[in-house]
Design a protein around this ligand. Sequence first.
Ligand code: GCU
Length: 649
Amino acid sequence: MTFEHPMWLPDRALSFLTGLPVHVAAGDEPLLDTVRREAERAGAVLVDDPIPAGGLTVVPADAAAGLGPEGFELSSAGERTTVSYGGAHGALYGWFQVLRDLARGVRHDAPARFEPAQRLRVLDHWDNIAVHPVMGQVERGYSGGSIFYADGALRDDLSRVERYARLLASIGINAVTVNNVNVGRREARLLSDDLGTVERLAAVFRPWGIRVHLSIDFAAPLNLGDLDTSDPLDGRVAQWWADATTRVCTRIPDFGGYLVKADSEGQPGPHAYGRDHADGANMLARALAPHGAVVRWRAFVYNHRQDWRDRSTDRARAAYDTFVPLDGRFDDNVVLQVKYGPLDFQTREPLSPVIPAMAQTNVALELQVTQEYTGQQRHAVYLAPQWSEILGFRPFGEDRPALAELVRGGIAAVANVGDDGFWTGHPLAQANLYGYGRLAWDPTLDPSALLDEWIALTFGDDAAVAAGIHAILDDSWRTYESYTAPLGVGFMVTPGSHYGPAVDGYEYSPWGTYHFADRDGIGVDRTVATGTGYAGQYPEPWASRFESVDTVPDEVLLFFHHVPYTHRLHSGRTVIQHIYDTHFAGAARAAGMAAEWDALRGRVDDDVWMPAAERFAEQVRSATEWRDQVNTYFWRTSGIADERGRTIY
Ligand code: GCU
């Protein structure tokens, strides 16, 4: 058998229960069976009555406890731990919380209550069935092929998918989209003659409380050859979707719903028929509603054929301009899925203003666990601190709700898993998958504490290993930011691949992602007073804060303002000196991270240590390349020397 890393669920995680009595309430819910099978797997002794004095008891909570279907309460008394669950999902999540607690010696002498903050916690796989000539098997995938598909079809052996489902359940994920948002011809057939593929996958995920979602081609009625239109207001089209959806939901009764990328980057949508996004989304929502499923409609809509000479169009404005006028028009089972920033999963962007602006719409937040713009799983970059910052952002001011409280449609993220032995390419990128699930469940968890939790489960209790990995990862997102994109400038990446530096790579492209550096200054004027007006899409106090160079936070200065290189930041440094300093420091820190990994040789299994060491070498090389290209570019452009006289080429 080929190598497969157990991620954060090594057998040792179960060993604490070996030989102990475990009582699971009677009941034939499949998820309770899953808990019983887990107990057997742990070598526990399953007992019916009477409830054992020691060991673990998993029983329904009193209705008075008011737990939701996925919630549970944990309490310890003497040698006995009790999981009281609201519904069978809660029993499963409670089981995995017990494993986490046992591995880390945590007890709950006072009962602790666990309830997910969001009902929908989903991973979107950008997996293709037919290998795409440019994007490959998994679009923006950095972990090998797809765990679902190989050789143009669903894999025969789905045992790895089952292990994956178990891992996801253990961190509270309850939905998975099984195909890419860019839906090719082959993948469109998942809705028609290849529905069996979705059905088989759903059967594997079901025992783990995970519902399957499908990315669909909005023009399927036309493209599959059944109708001569896909106009959402044409009754035949609505009927076509109602029939197709009934077929899906008859075979997959717990089907989760559709994910739609419409009128976005060349994908078809309602605009072709003069209809808007609400017309399109509601038509699908009505087909799904009788089956208890949702349509997730993506807000990633902008003009991707812009002329760089055209200064009146600002891509950052697009989602707000398109969707905010539609607030209030979406059906209840429409979820508008919004990327966290107005551009595209950059290392640093201000929060998307669409989220606070759409109070009458079920908005979901979309994150990217796969590291498209953050080092592609060749750089060790722990992203939970970024997500935590996003989730904790308070768009209406410090005393008002955090973003996590405004989002009601769920949390979604692009998956980082593939068929390589570590699941995630870089062994340390597993921390991102773990952190995502845990934050989607509870956005107030501390990312640094989550990192320690993940390290303890994955690597055991060697204190030197724990301290070393913590030191490497804890601040790695800011380190990556420091040697790549300064002060909120994005897209200085190699076009197409998005890996490695190319300061002007996108500067004259049609994609609308420019930094406008010239000999005097850099940045995009997005103010209301003199720029594109984007800053005005925020509510107060942020609209005013972003509008003024005096109050805009340094880290997004260049996202909102075009300033001279000599502009002084709140930090006291000039912009140009900040660029030099952070790039030198960031590349040096990357080398430091590699040295810290080196010091763990012999303490971490060679199987894990070696492939990560190779990636650290690449990270150091790449960070040096970033440092030198960015510093040299701005030294040549500005003519301003580094105050500290370091080598710039
Ligand atoms: C990015 C990414 C694409 C993807 C798109 C999306 O632009 O580079 O590969 O299709 O996001 O989110 O739809």
